[in-house]
Design a protein around this ligand. Structure first.
Ligand code: FAD
Length: 470
């Protein structure tokens, strides 16, 4: 596409003001990059970056983009782990960073927030209202609430306890790809029944709308208790999770794990002596302190009956903070010291162990690279297995990085298909588009393409993600 950059800059400045429009090369390069390990390619580099401050400005940008057939990529913080974060074609990047207004209405039982606020910042604001934000990604210091709602991820939380953030979304303001501004949902604390737009626009991955305001229920902050359990091996933790669901034990809020290798690096990184096997970290919650205490005792009993080496309720907050942060540090280790290729395996819970064993085998026997290591950690109680291929070098060619990424993705997704799962965190387009097609069939994929066309006749928003471009 031939773009007259001078005219584009002038036009965009006319729409939202020159100080909100960036067409310099360094800014464009920064927005072309995401968390993927390979370099930016020319098709990723945007013509311009705009930072609108409200839905009216978004609307005008989208009307302009439709008029001149210029794609628009929506940027939260670009931390997606399946390649949603970088533009797939030269485009205008619409960054939501300047949209951060927040207002709580305790008398109405909800708060409203604009999409650009970072999750960690929003959590702090809600704490002042004694309220819980049901979104817990490891990236919470940088990921935006808009990005999370647009992929509908609760991240670390156990779905059976916390559900998905969309379950707490009462209403939204959205801008359709053609520029119409819609207010959907309700101002009541009761979600609408029946056919209702928030249900399919939450989680629409920036394909069907730009989310410009989110109204979410104020959830009273629960009391919590924390349990650490040490196991000989990861498989024993997985047996425990499977028993938890089979026996109908009330699920905790968090049930994280570090495998044998990840626990060693994670514990060492936070100054704790490394355990000899795998570690589970569990947080139970309840609306009363005594209820929570009782729940923790019951859960500890359950754990102790399921083959741990050792398990305890951790009452010392400082000690717990260290144990909990070992989980993030294990992630930092693999991200920082080499090249990491992750997967998200979220299968039928009775097949969790089979999937784990097969995932390990897949990762240790890749065709695209020999000699990588296997690490695994994540939200096993959710249940999600993150199986990582770790190559202790950053010095790989982009071709190798892409080949390993796509092989890990394809072969671990085959487990999601084989064992009835889908993944529950990272979204279903970009690198996952071919999985989406395989899992649900060509008819469903064609339906999504026609849905996208109905909302976005000129294919303006996030062009290339539904097609699986990288
Ligand atoms: C270290 C690290 C740890 C992570 N841990 C987790 C984890 O535990 N669990 C988890 O689920 N994810 C995790 N992630 C992935 C990522 O942080 C989340 O998916 C996050 O929700 C994405 O937020 P973002 O603001 O970066 O969105 P982006 O990556 O910028 O965008 C994600 C998608 O949403 C679209 N989008 C963004 N804003 C809007 C909007 N306002 N309206 C419409 N569409 C929009 C984008 O176009 C894109 O398609 C992690 C990432 C990193 C780097």
């Amino acid at each position: 596409m031939n773009i007259n950059l001078k005219k584009l800059t002038k036009d965009l400045a006319g729409i939202i003001g020159g100080e909100q429009v960036y067409t310099d090369r360094p800014t464009a390069m920064a927005y072309a990059k995401d968390t993927m390990p390979w370099d930016v390619e020319s098709h990723n580099i945007p013509y311009a970056v705009v930072r609108p401050v409200n839905s009216r400005e978004i609307s005008r940008i989208l009307q302009y983009a439709n008029k001149y057939n210029i794609p628009v990529h929506i940027h939260g913080s670009g931390t997606s782990l399946v390649g949603l974060g970088r533009p797939k074609v030269n485009c205008i990047v619409l960054d939501t960073a300047k949209m951060q207004k927040f207002q709580a209405f305790p008398e109405r039982g909800y708060f409203e927030v604009e999409p650009g606020m970072h999750i960690g910042k929003l959590r702090k604001k809600l704490t002042a209202f004694n309220a819980l934000l049901p979104v817990f990604p490891g990236s919470e210091l940088i990921a935006t609430i808009g990005g999370s709602i647009s992929v509908n991820t609760s991240a670390h939380a156990v779905d059976a306890t916390i559900c998905k953030p969309g379950d707490y979304v009462l209403g939204m303001e959205v801008v359709l790809p053609t520029g119409e501004i819609l207010n959907i949902g309700t101002e009541s604390t009761r979600k609408p029944a029946g056919i209702e737009a928030t249900k399919f626009l939450v989680g629409s991955e920036g394909l069907l709308c730009v989310i410009s305001k989110i109204r979410m229920r104020l959830i009273p902050l629960p009391f919590t208790r924390n349990i650490v359990a040490y196991y000989k091996q990861s498989e024993d933790i997985i047996d425990t999770v499977m028993a938890m669901y089979k026996k109908g034990v009330p699920t905790p809020m968090f049930f994280e794990y570090l495998d044998e290798k990840a626990s060693k690096v994670g514990f060492e990184a936070v100054g704790l002596s490394p355990p000899s096997g795998a570690v589970a970290m569990i947080t139970v919650s309840s609306s009363t302190d005594t209820g929570c205490e009782a729940k923790a005792d019951i859960f500890l009993d359950f754990i102790k009956n399921n083959n741990p080496v050792e398990a305890e309720i951790v009452t010392n907050q400082k000690k717990w903070d260290k144990i909990w942060s070992s989980r993030a540090e294990a992630g930092n280790y693999v991200y920082r010291l080499g090249s990491t290729f992750g997967s998200e395996i979220t299968v039928r819970v009775d097949k969790l162990k089979d999937a784990f064993i097969e995932a390990k085998n897949i990762i240790l026997n890749l065709d695209s690279y020999k000699g990588n290591e296997f690490y695994s950690f994540g939200h096993i109680g959710a249940p999600t297995i993150h199986a990582y291929a770790f190559i202790p070098s950053k010095d790989l060619t982009d071709d190798v990085k892409k080949a390993v990424t796509m092989e890990v993705r394809r072969r671990t997704e085959a487990l999601n298909i084989k064992y009835g799962g889908c993944g529950g965190e990272w979204g279903l387009t970009a690198q996952r588009a071919s999985f989406l097609k395989e899992k649900y069939g060509q008819n469903y994929y064609d339906f999504l393409v026609s849905l996208k066309k109905t909302f976005d006749p000129n294919d303006i928003l996030n062009r290339g993600n539904l097609e699986g471009l990288i």
